[in-house]
Design a protein. Structure first.
Ligand SMILES: CC(=O)SCCNC(=O)CCNC(=O)[C@H](O)C(C)(C)COP(=O)(O)OP(=O)(O)OC[C@H]1O[C@@H](n2cnc3c(N)ncnc32)[C@H](O)[C@@H]1OP(=O)(O)O
Length: 170
């Protein structure tokens, strides 16, 4: 069910939103704020996404990627430049937090340059690993690049340079 407040409608993404999502991601990927991904990766992950609409136009989006029984990651949260600072990002993040709660997730990770924004939403900066060695050993089997970044694997460090690791307990 879409939620409307302050002119923003937050709803689940549809496949037809992926082109807009990629258009908004592109400049952020070029400046390395968001990781560049192939189109197929977005379509495969469409159920993870929520989008924010203003006047029927998608102006922002974010995704929730579950990694383990108690753990998920907020990914690809972005708002188009003209719609920033109007609460769209906050609405999207809180909708994803609600999705996480409904799934039974207890901890939310993010890797970001937007430290103040996430801190205002209850995320705290963490150092080192956020999982026990046994869970680490299982997660390392994933083919997902985001999980590799969460684990801070050597091969993905160039992608995460300058980002801050943050965690929110739900
Ligand atoms: C895990 C990841 O995905 S990391 C990647 C994070 N994304 C990026 O780095 C991409 C670039 N950044 C962005 O796209 C955006 O800046 C986001 C997604 C981080 C935030 O989106 P926004 O829609 O601008 O956020 P939102 O408007 O909710 O909050 C930002 C500011 O607006 C203010 N604000 C919130 N609601 C309103 C409102 N209704 N009216 C006016 N201002 C508002 C907030 O107080 C905040 O101000 P502050 O920074 O001075 O405290």
């Amino acid at each position: 069910m879409p939620e409307a407040a302050g002119g923003v409608v937050v709803r689940r993404a549809r496949t037809s939103d992926i082109r807009t999502i990629r258009d908004i991601v592109r400049p952020h990927a070029e400046s390395r704020v968001l990781v560049s991904k192939d189109a197929v990766t977005y379509y495969e992950a469409v159920q993870q996404f929520r989008v924010g609409e203003v006047d029927g136009r998608v102006v922002g989006f974010g995704a929730l990627h579950v990694m383990w029984e108690d753990l998920a990651e907020i990914r690809t949260l972005a708002v188009s430049p003209e719609a920033k600072g109007r609460g769209v990002g906050s609405r999207l993040l809180e909708a994803l937090v609600q999705d996480a709660r409904e799934l039974g997730v207890e901890r939310l990770f993010c890797l970001t340059f937007e430290v103040d924004f996430f801190a205002r939403h209850g995320f705290e900066v963490i150092e080192g690993q956020a999982v026990e060695p046994e869970v680490y050993a299982e997660l390392v089997r994933s083919y997902d690049e985001g999980v590799a970044e969460f684990l801070d694997l050597e091969r993905v460090k160039p992608n995460t340079l300058g980002n801050t690791r943050m965690l929110r307990t739900l």
